[in-house]
Design a protein around this ligand. Structure first.
Ligand code: ATP
Length: 445
């Protein structure tokens, strides 16, 4: 983890937020390459989940909503985590994590904690009684800071989708089954953020709420479970590092008929990357009750009226970005020297192509600038003329650039450049006039 954290900083992927002020627990900024990588992951998700499915549309709802929405969704009453403090060292923990049991039941936790030593100082019988902690960030809407104006930063993007379900259905004239997708920030005041960007307080979610007839929900659940796994593999994640973890009855939310995590093999073990659940009609029913609006669906074919079920696949961009970086990282020996390569799938690589003039001579710079202008604009291209060509190749390998284009003195006569492929390091001579289509074909297969 330390290696990944320092690598991510050194290479401009992830920085601690407010680092010059000592940072802030659970908040991380994306640097130039991290921001590109995250955007490419988001674009890939949007293409796969929205564009490729005629019955899925996207929305962009606000982070702050009417607090009644969070009352209906159950977040105000139940979006809590259990916490305990060690009386000896004053460290604060997630009670379920320390106790090693997946429950919010305070009695069960207290029982288990009696036999558990403090992971920080080793003291025994030192825990305070477990108590719950509201994880939503509170704020005030408007100038008056009183209870009537309290609202929350959304803890997930799904709430906004459910609240707009009827507007979207009506305006797009969608029939069941159909889905509404959203990518956006979510905020959780986690008791113990950490493991780099695995557990954040400000995160980005990519969520699909797929509405279906109740009797087709089980089939849709299986469909989306498989769909999510296939998409993760398309990002270049290693099959061996991914697995399904079906939730047992006591792990599942009371309303969910079935739920599963796709877990990734992080350096600290297999942990949740993607959550997929058959949430039944719980959400729409709760919002219908709280708002007084009829959210039932009329099936014209059968003449039946019912509340749709929903299948929800939900994944965090940063948790996924971390998995992608871990799987992409590779070291090999080339001519007795260590080579570090990030083997990103080309379509998500932060830099797609680097244009590298062999020297800084003005005639080469001029032609190289021309080559850059010809291919830049549609994807991220870097221009670098500092240091030796070997060093520049190594630098591009380390950030996972799939193709380097070298402009040399022969280029001035033959109007061609050398294209070097990252993984095989094979070099090919390509006409400048054909470069753009050559690269596009390679990058977006
Ligand atoms: P965990 O059990 O790890 O706290 P969760 O079950 O609360 O996660 P969900 O509410 O199912 O998570 O959220 C869906 C997805 O959002 C998760 O699978 C994860 O990818 C991401 N996510 C949730 N909480 C965080 C967080 N604090 N930091 C980063 N990503 C998160």
């Amino acid at each position: 983890m330390e290696e990944l954290t320092s690598y991510a900083k050194r290479r401009g992927f992830v920085f601690q937020a407010s680092e010059i002020y000592g940072g802030l627990g659970g908040f991380w900024d994306l640097g130039p390459y991290g921001a590109e990588l995250a955007d490419n992951i988001k674009a890939s998700w949007w293409k796969e989940f929205v564009y490729k499915n005629a019955n899925v549309v996207g929305v962009n709802t606000t982070i702050i909503q009417n607090p009644k929405l969070w009352k209906a969704s159950g977040h105000i009453d139940t979006f809590v985590d259990p916490m305990v403090d060690c009386k000896e060292c004053k460290h604060r923990f997630r009670a379920d994590h320390v106790a090693g049991i997946d429950t919010n039941d305070l009695k069960k936790l207290d029982e288990k904690l009696k036999e558990t030593a403090c992971p920080n100082c080793g003291a025994r019988h030192s825990f305070t009684p477990a108590r719950t902690f509201q994880m939503m960030f509170k704020t005030y809407v408007g100038p008056i800071e009183d209870d009537a104006n309290v609202s929350y930063l959304r803890p997930e993007t799904a709430g906004g989708i459910f609240a707009q379900y009827e507007n979207v259905r009506e305006t797009t004239r969608k029939k069941l089954p159909f889905g509404i997708a959203q990518i956006g920030k979510a905020f959780r005041n986690e008791i113990t953020p950490g493991d780099f960007i695995f557990r954040l307080r400000e995160l980005t979610q990519m969520e699909l709420e797929f509405f279906t007839k109740p009797k087709e929900a089980a089939k849709q659940y299986e469909f989306w479970k498989d769909y999510c796994m296939q998409w993760l593999l398309s990002l270049g994640l290693n099959k061996e590092n991914l697995r399904f973890h079906d939730h047992a009855d006591d792990e599942r939310a009371h309303y969910a008929e079935a739920s599963v995590d796709v877990q990734y093999n992080y350096p600290f073990g297999f942990k949740e990357l993607y959550g997929i659940a058959n949430r039944t009609d719980y959400d729409l029913s709760a919002h219908a009750k709280q708002s007084g609006k009829d959210l039932t669906y009329f099936d014209e074919e059968t003449g039946e009226r019912f509340m749709p079920y929903v299948i929800e696949p939900s994944v965090g961009v940063e948790r996924l970005l971390m998995a992608v970086m871990l799987d992409a990282y590779d070291e090999e020996e080339v001519n007795g020297e260590k080579r570090v390569v990030m083997r990103f799938a080309p379509h998500i690589a932060p830099v797609k192509v680097a244009v590298l003039p062999l020297s800084k001579k003005p005639e080469l710079s001029k032609l190289s600038q021309k080559v850059f202008s010809e291919i830049a604009g549609e994807y991220n291209v870097e221009y670098d003329e500092t240091q030796s060509i070997g060093k520049r190749y190594r630098r591009q390998d380390e950030i996972g650039t799939p193709y380097c284009v070298t402009v040399d003195f022969d280029s001035l006569n033959d109007d061609s450049v050398t294209v070097r492929e990252r993984d095989s390091m094979k070099q090919e001579r390509i006409k400048i006039s054909e470069l753009k289509s050559y690269l596009s074909a390679k990058l977006f297969v």
